[in-house]
Design a protein around this ligand. Structure first.
Ligand SMILES: Cc1cc2nc3c(=O)[nH]c(=O)nc-3n(C[C@H](O)[C@H](O)[C@H](O)COP(=O)(O)O)c2cc1C
Length: 357
């Protein structure tokens, strides 16, 4: 039995002046949330805001190819936030202006965990100093552009140093349009569970800006509990979207009607896979598209339920022609079994404490 959707899900959401069509966001996943993937997911419906992989501000200003690829977007890729990071305020401001000049409606600053552990001796003042520096940087970026600026960060250094509520309040005071909180500490990396009470403390600390809760949302029940337990304005979904790119459509239907609707059909699942592959190949070249797809093929095999021999045929994918031919056979043969239930994708994550995200 599904929980009923909280009433907030039927209220309109804005980031600054930018209307956001749903309260279900795609979290940045470096190496995965490419323009091709974002467009493929948008085609499934229900997505609120998407964010690019993090882009280094200086590399962007220097026009480095990799940074420009990460920041690549188009008119259909809206609403979008480009995520930038860097420690030099002037570079961050210029990078934010670059984002604005591209017509992208929002800038997200990746802060990871902006202040170090609070230690008993002298730590307090060092912390104040770092917190001040962080909000000066954020304030400078806010002042440099007209588009809304958000900050994505963790709860703090470790369980004894949960600095996010205080920081979120000071970021609100310098004008950010929202904060996105991954409910883990830096020390935790990707281990353990998300601390929803920690996210709630951030919601309680700010006056009016939306707080977006992030971490471990894989099912509609997870999303419902996150809204109820944290009081957040929206949720952001990373790995859960890789396992099920239709998750946003299901969440949005549930939000509107209490029912997630039908599971995507076999053809819809193959269509998604096709959009994703051809999006990569047409933008980044056939070779890149093939290599990238080999990395994620197993998920698509689980997700589409295409016959196993066809999956094996794609394991060494080397051309768009082979992809198209195989998908045509997959369509003709039909699925190997019923649509998958929930499954986890195994995305390699750093094993220890995390620096940026
Ligand atoms: C492979 C990978 C890459 C990530 N890249 C970024 C990134 O570029 N910027 C960022 O802010 N967070 C990044 N994150 C963190 C996610 O946005 C998110 O905070 C985290 O995965 C928890 O959410 P989830 O459980 O829904 O995946 C990354 C996470 C993973 C697993």
């Amino acid at each position: 039995m599904l929980p009923s959707p909280p009433a907030i899900l039927r209220e309109p959401l804005f980031l600054g002046q930018v209307p956001i069509p749903s309260r279900f966001f795609l979290a940045p996943l470096a190496g995965y949330t490419s323009l091709a993937f974002r467009l493929a997911v948008r085609g499934c419906g229900g997505l609120g805001l998407a964010t690019t992989d993090l882009v280094n501000a200086r590399s962007l200003l220097e026009g480095r190819r990799r940074a420009l690829e990460l920041a690549e977007s188009c008119d259909e890729d809206r609403p979008l936030s480009i995520q930038i990071y860097g420690a030099v305020p002037d570079e961050m401001c210029q990078a934010a202006r670059w984002v604005e000049d591209q017509g992208v409606p929002a800038v997200d600053i990746n802060m990871g965990c902006p202040v170090r552990k609070v230690v008993k001796t002298g730590g307090g003042s060092a912390l104040m100093c770092e917190a001040q520096r962080a909000s000066d940087l954020v304030g400078a970026v806010v002042d440099a552009v007209k588009v809304p600026v958000t900050v994505k960060m963790r709860l703090g250094w470790d369980d004894e140093s949960l600095t996010a509520p205080e920081l979120a309040r000071s970021f609100e005071q310098v004008g950010v349009a929202g904060v996105i909180i991954h409910g883990r500490t830096r020390q935790q990396g990707f281990k353990g569970r998300v601390n929803r009470a920690g996210i709630k403390a951030v919601v309680d600390a700010v006056e009016r800006i939306p707080v977006v809760a992030n971490g471990d949302i894989r099912t509609i029940a997870d999303a419902a509990e996150t809204f109820v337990e944290t009081g957040c304005a929206a949720v952001s979904i990373g790995r859960g979207a890789l396992a099920n790119p239709f998750f946003f459509r299901q969440l949005d239907r549930w939000a509107q009607t209490g029912d997630p609707g039908e599971s995507p059909s076999y053809d819809e699942r193959l269509d998604l896979m096709e959009r994703h592959f051809h999006g990569l190949a047409s933008r980044r070249g056939e070779r890149f598209g093939c290599l990238q797809f080999r990395k994620i093929l197993k998920w698509y095999f689980h997700f589409t339920r295409m016959p196993r021999p066809l999956y094996k045929r794609l394991l060494n994918l080397s051309s768009a022609a082979l992809f198209d031919e195989t998908l045509a056979i997959a369509r003709a043969e039909g699925p190997e079994g019923p649509p998958p239930g929930h499954f986890e994708v195994h995305v390699p994550v750093p094993s220890g404490a995390i620096d940026k995200w």
